[in-house]
Each structure stands twice: as structure tokens, then as C-alpha cells.
Design a protein around this ligand. Structure first.
Ligand code: ADP
Length: 318
């Protein structure tokens, strides 16, 4: 019976109100969940290094810099490269997801001008836009808005949403980014004019491994983890992610972040024009690949095998 102030609580008809409480013991499920997470994490870690080196080597061969390749071989190589790329994406998404959920991912928060973040994201995702024959455009961006955030993680969140917008826009489509103040937050909007999100799928879109089309024959790749990661990243910034969508009209995803109000504008970190890169990598194959790729891209590199060695090298030179 439900009691209130020592008396049995009765409903309108005078019958005693009863409450039934069922308690499930979830100890076993928690233990199993932990074991599963540890397994997935270990396997993913072990897979990442060899996979990265397979993808990197294939990429180098494909670039033609090591030698000319016959056309037939090139098409097989493209298949191998694209599939290794998908595997690397999947593994990285699983590891990121797990790290953020376990609170193990460091967020290096610093003040930033959001408009410059968007410009950088457009530049960084240009390859993706070209691949889908889509253009990213910044419209209506308030240049003064600032947030306190982790630049790399926010770039990752934007890349997820922008790549979805590109993937689900038709060929020749335009994806528009805008930035304004909304309900006391900074609102980044990414609008596409694509197919829209089916109604039945909207409630579960942020769940892990969910895709509207999960058939084996689906056209667009992806892991179904992008939006879960994006939401976790936004939440770690005390922000949020939501969307508006209409079938046949398109979709707008919003990332809302708390505004940073400061009197002086922050200066932006210098990202371009650096020509020397210090690589810190203990895995020999990966280090060699990185050296080759960066050298090819016009950088001069030095490699440290340990963090201590990297610190020593940094102390010796700029
Ligand atoms: P992924 O893109 O890796 O499959 P996400 O979590 O980023 O995973 O997205 C999950 C699913 O949500 C997509 O597979 C797609 O079905 C749907 N979706 C996301 N963004 C859009 C969009 N802009 N337009 C239409 N559908 C979308």
C-alpha cells in the first residue's frame, strides 16, 4: 500500500492505492557489458595499427610515386584501398565512441571564433564534397561568436554532420552552413536539400550503429556511429545536437554550444605555413609511412620513437 503521513493513501473510490515495484538485478548484464566493451576495445586497438599501415601502403602505391601501375592492377588496388579505408573509419569510430563514453578522451578546451572553425571545416571536408559532387557554402555567419571548445573534436563533429549532408544530398547539391545566436547558445546549422530522414527512423537516429537503410545493398557507406559521437562531443561541451527534416525537402542539423562572451577577440592558432613536422610514433612501419606521406606533401620531418625523445628534440629545436 502507498502511505502518506502514516495513513494508507486511497483513490477516489476509497480503495487503498497499491504500488507494485519490480527490481531487476542487472549485475550480470553490467559484467557482460564491461566484458564486451573490453573485448571490442582490445580487438579494435590491435586492428588499428596493422590496418593503418595497410591503408597507408596501398595509398602510397596508388599515388604512383613508387612506380607506374598497369590499369587493371590499379582498379583492384582502388577496391582494396577503399575497403581498408572503410575498416579504418569503423575502427576509429568504435575506439572514439568508447573513449568518450568512458570519459577517457581528453578535451583541450580553448576559446575560438566559430566562423573560422566553420571555414576550416569547409576546407577540410572539400574532398568529401567533391567526391559527392556537392558544394559547402557558408551563408549568414556571425563573425563575432566565440565558444570555449576543443578544436579537433568540434572539427570531428562538423565532419560527421557535413559528410552526412554531402552523402544524402543529390549530385550537384549545395550544403549551407550558418552560424547565429539561438536561445542564449551559439547555433551552428548545416542544411542540405537532400532526401530527408524517414519518420520511422527519427527517434533512433542518435543511437549507435543505426542507419535508415541498414540493408546490405545500401548506397551510402558509413558506420552508423557518426551522430552518436557527434552528440557525445556536443554534450562534453555542455551543448546539444538536434535536427529538422522533411522528406523530399532536406535536413538541417544543429550543433548548439554555450557562447563564450569575452571583451577581446581571441587570436587564432597558426595552422598554415608550417613546414617542419615532428612525428612521434613507436610503430616502425607507421613512422616510415608518415615520413613518406608528409615528405611527399612538402614537409620536412623528424621522427621520435618515444614521448621523451620527442620532448628532447623539441627542446633542441623549434
Ligand atoms: P553514418 O553516416 O556513419 O551511417 P550517422 O550516425 O552519422 O552514421 O548517421 C546515421 C544515419 O542517419 C545515416 O545512415 C542516415 O540514414 C541518417 N542521416 C544522417 N544525416 C542525414 C541527412 N543529412 N540526410 C538524410 N539522412 C541522414
Amino acid at each position: 500500500y502507498v502511505h502518506e503521513m502514516g495513513r494508507v493513501y486511497r483513490d477516489e473510490d476509497g480503495s487503498p492505492v497499491r504500488m507494485l515495484c519490480i527490481v531487476h538485478d542487472t549485475t550480470e548484464r553490467t559484467i557482460l557489458d564491461r566484458a564486451k566493451n573490453e573485448f571490442v576495445s582490445t580487438v579494435s586497438h590491435e586492428l588499428r595499427t596493422p590496418l593503418t599501415s595497410i591503408k597507408g601502403s596501398l595509398g602510397l602505391i596508388k599515388s604512383g610515386n613508387i612506380g607506374e601501375l598497369p590499369d587493371k592492377l590499379m582498379s583492384m588496388l582502388n577496391i582494396a584501398y577503399n575497403n581498408s579505408d572503410r575498416l579504418v573509419l569503423l575502427i576509429n569510430d568504435i575506439l572514439d565512441m568508447e573513449k568518450i563514453e568512458a570519459g577517457k578522451m581528453d578535451f583541450n578546451m580553448c576559446p575560438m571564433i566559430v566562423a573560422s572553425l566553420l571555414a576550416e571545416a569547409i576546407e577540410a571536408n572539400k574532398g568529401y564534397a567533391d567526391e559527392h559532387d556537392v558544394t559547402f557554402k557558408c551563408i549568414d555567419c556571425d563573425e563575432d561568436l566565440q565558444v570555449n571548445g576543443d578544436r579537433d573534436r568540434l572539427m570531428q563533429a562538423l565532419a560527421n554532420i557535413m559528410s552526412n549532408a554531402a552523402k544524402f544530398s543529390g549530385e550537384g547539391g549545395q550544403v549551407e552552413l550558418s552560424l547565429k545566436r539561438h536561445d542564449g547558445m551559439v547555433r551552428i546549422a548545416v542544411r542540405d536539400y537532400g532526401e530527408g530522414i524517414p519518420e520511422a527512423f527519427r527517434d533512433t537516429i542518435f543511437d549507435k550503429f543505426t542507419q535508415a537503410d541498414s540493408s546490405d545493398t545500401r548506397q551510402s557507406g558509413g558506420t552508423g556511429l557518426g551522430l552518436s559521437i557527434t552528440r557525445l562531443i556536443a554534450e562534453r561541451h555542455n551543448g546539444n545536437v538536434c535536427f529538422d527534416t522533411e522528406i523530399g525537402e532536406g535536413t538541417t542539423f544543429y550543433i548548439d554550444l554555450p557562447e563564450l562572451r569575452v571583451a577581446t577577440r581571441v587570436s587564432q592558432p597558426k595552422v598554415k605555413g608550417q613546414s617542419r613536422i615532428l612525428i612521434c610514433e613507436d610503430e616502425n612501419d607507421i613512422a616510415t609511412l608518415l615520413e613518406m606521406m608528409l615528405t611527399e606533401a612538402g614537409y620536412s620531418t623528424r621522427t621520435a620513437r618515444t614521448a621523451a625523445q620527442a620532448r628532447q628534440m623539441l627542446a633542441q629545436g623549434d
